[in-house]
Design a protein around this ligand. Structure first.
Ligand code: SF4
Length: 665
């Protein structure tokens, strides 16, 4: 039986190095081959055009799509086209973004009318049983468990199979060679050592779908996968899909295996993991093992008790959180947290209070996300929408668009978009537009670190960076100068992103000229786009304004603020600057600040001079930015473990003015 499985991605906007290995369908292939041996011929696809070509020549008996928020419309375009071409093929789909309530399921199946059967909660066993069913009598009353389909206008479903804690039967997706072709093409390896999440955050589909279980694969298999991939991949980034890495004791051993792979081969540079939500000493141990390969994520989403109750989330106590921040810092790790706006009952003030707290806790990377409504999550239900007064709008998912040609010349044009929350009973869309600008500044000044030393100096003298950035924004917008124009442009672009309905966004990009703009990547993520614009065209204006704002609080003595500002500015010169080095004298009084405050500038009792030069990472990133036309920069950065922070100049080791200083910052 010929079976084609597709985990499609928009390959028009990125090359293979920015795509992930299709681990999900790799598991299904391995399981099908284990169960049916040579009776099945299973091929996997990531590229839409390759699938279209194979479907035309091989005419499979079964075609399977894995469906996610980032390929829903792509599957829709390819699936509808293939439905017509392959009327006798069984088309199935699976994936986590399926709502539990029948009305939403029916809407999904009506929209994706090319799907014969939908698989819920894990695809391996249902697919293997479907092979027998399809090869047998095809009696709908004898369908295996975990299937949903439309029977006229009625949604029908088979029962759910019980889940066990140990996943014993599913073999490795890697060890049988099923994913070799994707590793050979340089795609990003993904690993899954357990499935599910014991928490039930209402905005997330993962905990809901997993029925509270953390189901584990065999440890030996996880270790062998790491060794296997390490011997075949030179990808700079690996991703571990476990929802709570560190929740199991054995995760320490897995972290050690990742570190050993890096020591042995030099790869990967970065390893993306999501640490267990309720941090333990084990997370610290894992952080210490992986060191600079990872940034420990300690997500909070909100720090307001009522909001947390509304989203059924239980963060660790503030004291414990701060204690772990310190411990991570003591072992040299940078830390990461995130907030989502607007969550149910969050207000502008409560969000700003949460943001202030994260700065005060010393979190190194603070990400702010607009609340997206995910199919399969409780927040997507009609009841939650009504209860908290949700109003939603639609916007593009950046970089996920393409025009794909089938062998008969038909061109399938499609793009992805998301439904996000733009208003609740307690937060207005005007608040969100304001926050979009403020969050840009958090990202630019703090996360990328363009003004981090200055903000840290303010923090140590009692001024929270949120207050400084709010004042910066206020002053810039009322200045009438270049920065007012910069933020007016940002605000205009931020408002233009949103559409009132799915139909409105579809209609806009049905226009050939508008669709071409999509393909040309004219709709880049605003934070990345405007960070690059700020560094290229407005850096001196930003520097001057940032220093004036820092001075305006009257909190930091000039003797401290001036050199810290000079160090900050020299570390991030304008993008186009051709000056080869910058030397900044730092007086002894910087030693009055704690090492943490001086943000890596190694305060000393003696006066110091720092020579900033362009390091290899800045040079590489500047080249990447210059050549990013028609490629989505944000996607390349995200998937390659590169951030705009890499634009920071390094301090030359041979210090022109002080040979004693040897530390690169
Ligand atoms: S947000 Fe994280 S902790 Fe919460 S349910 Fe989802 S995966 Fe689990």
């Amino acid at each position: 039986m010929k079976i084609l499985l597709a985990d499609l991605a928009h390959t028009a906007s990125v090359d293979d190095a920015s795509l992930t290995v299709p681990l999900n369908i790799g598991f299904i292939k391995a399981y099908l081959e284990q169960q049916h041996g040579r009776a099945v011929d299973v091929r996997l696809f990531k590229h839409p055009e390759r699938l279209l070509e194979a479907a035309a020549t091989e005419r499979p008996q079964i075609l399977g799509f894995s469906n996610y928020g980032w390929n829903d419309k792509l599957n829709h375009a390819v699936g509808r086209y293939l439905r017509e071409k392959l009327p006798d093929t069984l088309i199935v789909a699976g994936g986590p973004n399926i709502d539990p309530d029948p009305a939403r399921r029916r809407a999904f199946l009506e929209r994706h009318s090319y799907i014969d059967l939908l698989i819920v909660d894990g695809g391996e066993e249902p697919m293997a049983e479907l092979v027998e069913w399809w090869g047998g009598g095809r009696d709908y009353d004898r369908l295996p468990p975990n299937l949903v389909w439309l029977d006229g206008d009625r949604v029908r479903a088979t029962g759910e199979r019980p889940l066990s804690k140990a996943i014993r039967d599913i073999p490795s997706a890697y060890l049988g060679g099923g994913l070799d072709e994707f590793l050979a093409r340089g795609m990003i390896p993904m690993f899954e050592t357990n499935r599910g999440c014991p928490f039930r955050c209402t905005f997330c589909a993962w905990g809901m779908a997993s029925k509270d279980l953390v189901r584990r694969f065999d440890l030996d298999m996880a270790l062998e996968d790491i060794a296997y991939v390490s011997a075949r991949s030179r990808s700079r980034n690996w991703i571990f899909c476990d929802a709570n890495f560190g929740i199991l004791k054995r995760d320490v051993e897995i972290a050690q295996a990742i570190r050993e792979a890096r020591e042995r081969t030099g790869f990967p540079f970065k390893c993306h993991i999501w640490l267990a939500k309720n941090v333990t000493e084990r997370n610290l141990e894992i952080g210490a093992i992986l060191g600079d390969m990872t940034v420990p994520v300690m997500a909070v989403q909100s720090l307001d008790d009522q909001v947390l109750a509304n989203i059924k989330r239980d963060n660790i106590s503030t004291d414990t959180y701060v204690e772990y921040q310190k411990k991570f810092h003591a072992q040299g790790s940078r830390t990461y947290s995130d907030l989502i706006v607007p969550l149910p009952a969050e207000t502008l003030e409560s969000h700003l209070a949460g943001l202030r707290s994260l700065f005060a806790f010393g979190v190194d990377i603070i990400q702010n996300h607009n609340m997206r409504l995910l199919a399969g999550a409780e927040t997507n239900s009609t009841e939650t929408r009504e209860r908290f007064g949700f109003r939603t709008r639609y916007r593009l998912i950046h970089g996920d668009a393409g025009a794909y040609r089938a062998p008969d010349g038909t061109v399938l044009r499609c793009f992805e978009y998301e439904e996000s929350l733009r208003e609740t009973a307690t937060m207005s869309e005007a608040d969100l537009f304001y926050l979009r600008k403020l969050h840009f500044l958090v990202d630019f000044a703090w996360n990328i670190e363009v003004y981090r030393p200055l903000l840290k100096a303010l923090l140590s003298y009692g001024v929270n960076p949120v207050d400084a950035l709010q004042r910066f924004l206020e002053t810039a917008e009322s200045s009438g100068g270049p920065l007012a124009a910069f933020f007016a442009d940002f605000d205009r672009r931020s408002r233009e992103e949103w559409f009132d309905s799915a139909e409105a966004i579809e209609a806009r990009f049905a226009e050939p000229r508008e669709f071409q703009r999509l393909l040309d990547q004219e709709f880049e993520k605003l934070n990345i786009l405007f960070s690059v614009i700020a560094l290229k065209d407005y850096k001196r204006d930003f520097d001057r304004a940032m220093k004036r704002v820092a001075q305006s609080f009257g909190a930091v003595p000039r003797a401290v603020l001036d050199p810290i500002a000079a160090l900050s500015f020299a570390a991030f010169p304008p993008l186009g600057s051709t000056k080869r080095e910058r030397v900044v004298e730092a007086p002894a009084n910087l030693a009055a600040l704690s090492p943490e405050t001086a943000a890596g500038f190694a305060p000393d009792r003696e006066p110091r001079a720092y020579r900033f030069v362009e390091g290899p990472r800045r040079a590489e990133l500047r080249r990447l930015i210059a050549s990013a036309q028609s490629r989505t920069l944000s996607k390349i950065l995200n998937t390659q473990g590169i951030t705009l922070r890499d634009l920071r100049c390094t301090v030359a080791e041979d210090m022109a003015h002080d040979g004693g200083f040897r530390r690169a910052v």
